[in-house]
Design a protein around this ligand. Structure first.
Ligand SMILES: [Zn+2]
Length: 272
């Protein structure tokens, strides 16, 4: 009996030592991982997910993504406030996804109270202001469609005047290569960004993952890159799954995911 106890005790010591070793290795590995994340990344990627406000396909999955990301919420939908609040609660940055007139397309694609080029200055400003009241967490805006409106100096001046007044940035989704938003933003001193890559023009997970790879290449070249994907019919769960798959892969290659506000701060600090 006594002999048995001694052997068990010896074994117990071995087990304790083994567990301590595992703990030390674990702590070391975590420290190494943390220090990797905190070191200067090879490039920054900011992802923006458009078309919230209708709680479309992929919205719940987006809220569970555990990376800094920006959600663009459309105004004046019965679910606008619900989606904006849920995104905010999930720690996701919120911007207003302004429905703006396209060159080609149906007016109903804009949803209610879209910005069309025939509106008066007062009406454009009113719609932007009331949209922002609904999406009160918004720190910026970007355009839904808008290939016609982003070429219209008067319309863009009205929208960006509100951005200036409320200290919001504007992200040009670049639905038209001839957009004049950058010039107007510069004139009105509004923080301006533009989309580098759309993730889900082809709604296929492999293709979405390829677009994320391309985004990485741009980020490595330029220092940062902005990608836009969608919930709802234009993308949905397939887009979110593509992102989920690629985040760890790109992080291992030195990419840090950030939201647009963080990017804004980094650029401002760089220019100082
Ligand atoms: Zn959109």
């Amino acid at each position: 009996m006594c002999m048995f106890l001694i052997i068990t005790k010896k074994r117990l010591y071995k087990v304790v030592i083994f567990v301590i070793c595992l703990l030390i290795i674990g702590i070391f590995a975590k420290y190494n991982k943390d220090s990797k994340i905190n070191s200067t990344p090879a490039g920054y990627v900011a992802l923006v997910i458009d078309d919230l406000g209708y709680h479309g396909n992929g919205t719940d999955e987006l809220f569970k993504l555990n990376i800094p990301i920006t959600a663009a919420v459309m105004p004046f939908s019965p679910l606008t406030k619900r989606d904006a609040e849920a995104a905010h609660k999930a720690g996701i940055e919120v911007i207003m996804h302004v429905p703006m007139e396209p060159v080609v397309g149906k007016k109903e694609w804009l949803g209610p109270r879209g910005i069309t080029c025939d509106l008066s200055d007062e009406e454009i400003k009113l719609r932007i202001k009331e949209g922002l009241e609904e999406i009160n967490y918004a720190v910026g805006m970007n355009n839904h469609m808008g290939s016609k409106a982003t070429q219209d100096k008067r319309v863009m001046e009205d929208i960006l005047a509100i951005a200036k007044e409320k200290d919001l940035f504007f992200l040009d989704s670049k639905t038209n290569p001839n957009s004049i938003v950058e010039d107007v933003a510069e004139k009105l001193d509004v923080s301006y960004f533009e989309r580098d890559i759309f993730l889900d023009n082809i709604k296929d997970q492999k293709s979405i993952e390829k677009q994320l790879e391309k985004l990485k290449v741009v980020a490595l070249e330029k220092g940062y890159a902005i990608g836009i994907g969608h919930v709802g019919a234009e993308g949905g769960t397939i887009t979110i799954n593509g992102i989920k798959n690629m985040v760890p892969v790109l992080e291992r290659e030195g990419i840090e995911f950030i939201n647009i506000s963080k990017l804004k701060k980094l650029i401002e600090n760089d220019n100082r």
